[in-house]
Design a protein around this ligand. Structure first.
Ligand code: GRF
Length: 217
C-alpha cells in the first residue's frame, strides 16, 4: 500500500494535530503529514508542526478581499502536495462550496458536539444551557452546508452537574484526541468511502456513526 499523504489545516492550539502526529509516530497510522497550513500566524499548532519536522504555511485570510480568493490561494498550496486526505483540525474558517467540492470525499473535520446537535460555535455553552446529559465530538466529511456532512465517528462524554464550559471542553478534547486519529486511520487504510453523502466502511453502509465513550468520565 502506498504511503498516504495528509495535509492538516489549523487555526490555533493544534492539540488534534498533535494527536494525529503522535499516532503516526507510534506507527498506529501509516501515513505522512506533508504540510500544516494555518490562517493564523501565531497558531501554536505551527510550533507543533515545526517540532515534528513538518512543512508549514501561513495563509492569512485578512489579506484576501473575498472568501473565494482566500480559498483559491489555499487550494493552490494544498494541491502542491497532492494529498490523499485533508484534515481540518480547529480550522476556524467557513469554506466555499468550490473548495469543499474540490476535495469531496477526502476532506474531514472534527466538530465539538454530537452532530446534528449544536452546529456552529459555542457548543459547550449551548449544551450546558440546555441541561444536556451527554455531549461530545463528531468527525464528519465536509460538505458545502456547515457541519452537515455524514458523520463517521462520535465520542461521547457524560455531562456532570458540576461542569462548566472549561471542564466540559477539556473532556471533549480528551475524546477528540482518541476519535480523530481513529477516523484518519480508517481513511488512510482505505476502509472508508463517501458516496452520495453516505459513508461505507469496508463496503458496508454505516447506518449510525461509530461511537466511543470517554472512560473514567
Ligand atoms: C476542537 O475542539 C475541535 O472540535 C474544533 O476546534 C477545536 C480545535 O482544538 N473544531 P485544537 O486546536 O485541535 O486543540
Amino acid at each position: 500500500m502506498l504511503n498516504k499523504h495528509i495535509v492538516v489545516l489549523i487555526s490555533g492550539n493544534g492539540s488534534n494535530l498533535q494527536a494525529i502526529i503522535d499516532a503516526i509516530n507510534t506507527h498506529n497510522i501509516k501515513a505522512t503529514i506533508t504540510a500544516v497550513i494555518s490562517n493564523q500566524a501565531n497558531a501554536y499548532g505551527l510550533k507543533r508542526a515545526n517540532l515534528a519536522g513538518i512543512e508549514t504555511h501561513i495563509i492569512d485570510h485578512t489579506h484576501y478581499a473575498t472568501r473565494k480568493l482566500f480559498d483559491q490561494s489555499l487550494m493552490k498550496v494544498i494541491d502542491q502536495y497532492h494529498p490523499d486526505i485533508i484534515v481540518l483540525a480547529g480550522f476556524m474558517r467557513i469554506l466555499t462550496s468550490d473548495f469543499v467540492m474540490h476535495y469531496s470525499g477526502k476532506l474531514i473535520n472534527i466538530h465539538p458536539s454530537l452532530l446534528p446537535l449544536y452546529r456552529g460555535l459555542n457548543t459547550h455553552k449551548r449544551a450546558l444551557e440546555d441541561g444536556a446529559t451527554q455531549h461530545g465530538a463528531s468527525v464528519h466529511f465536509v460538505t458545502p452546508e456547515l457541519d452537515a456532512g455524514a458523520v463517521l465517528i462520535q465520542g461521547l462524554v457524560v455531562v456532570k452537574k458540576s461542569d462548566n464550559e472549561k471542564t466540559l471542553s477539556n473532556r471533549v478534547h480528551q475524546i477528540e484526541h482518541i476519535i480523530y486519529p481513529q477516523a484518519v486511520k480508517l481513511l488512510v487504510n482505505n476502509q472508508v468511502e463517501l458516496k452520495a453523502n453516505r459513508i461505507y466502511i469496508n463496503n458496508q453502509y454505516l447506518q449510525q456513526p461509530k461511537q466511543y465513550r470517554l472512560e473514567n468520565n
